[in-house]
Write a protein that binds this ligand. Sequence first.
Ligand SMILES: Cc1cc2nc3c(=O)[nH]c(=O)nc-3n(C[C@H](O)[C@H](O)[C@H](O)COP(=O)(O)O)c2cc1C
Length: 214
Amino acid sequence: MNDLSNYRKSYEKSELLENQIPEDPMNLFNRWFYEVEEFGGVGEVNAMTVSTIGLDGFPKARVVLLKKFYEEGFVFYTNYDSEKGKAILNNPNICLSFFWHSMERQVIIKGIAEKTPVNISDHYFSSRPNGSKLGAIVSPQSQIIPSREYLTQKLTELEKQYEGKEIPRPENWGGFLVRPVSVEFWQGRPNRLHDRIRYTLQNDYSWKIERLAP
Ligand SMILES: Cc1cc2nc3c(=O)[nH]c(=O)nc-3n(C[C@H](O)[C@H](O)[C@H](O)COP(=O)(O)O)c2cc1C
């Protein structure tokens, strides 16, 4: 038996009070993101968990890299034919979450995902190193493949095929923009009395701000 009941930590790094927060959650996300990057010592501050409701009815969560955030929302790139791609195209209500343990912070975003316009996906794809571009073409993400050699062989073939040539973005690879409808910020505090502030999008596009019990 692995009894983990003594794994316990007191959270004391920061606080999240109503008088410190902006009206728009994207501004608070921006502040937290760069504070974590600067002071947090997190390896990949832009690594987030993307949760979807699958075609099989089950939720599934996996880590993906956030590649852009701005007033409209959050952008990541993936294969549209992957398990998550199909799930999102069937049900665009998804959840993004970040756990920045070094700053004792969590952010949970519920939002509605849509494909980014093709020119945005093209632009990002063209900025990637050639190895990553070929990797995206080689890999039928989330499908069953016979072996690792299947990938390495395909990669060798494509390296020859595209030597000295522009590598095109596969049509089934691109971005999703997630427009947030709810953003919850969690700051760890002593004695389990953590700060939780939730922003909820209103019909007039303003944000309602509420404190939740930890
Ligand atoms: C740190 C990290 C970063 C990742 N970044 C991405 C990414 O940006 N896009 C992506 O499609 N998969 C990324 N993955 C792989 C996904 O976690 C997942 O294995 C893959 O997208 C297939 O998921 P699916 O079968 O649920 O669609 C990343 C994994 C890790 C651990």
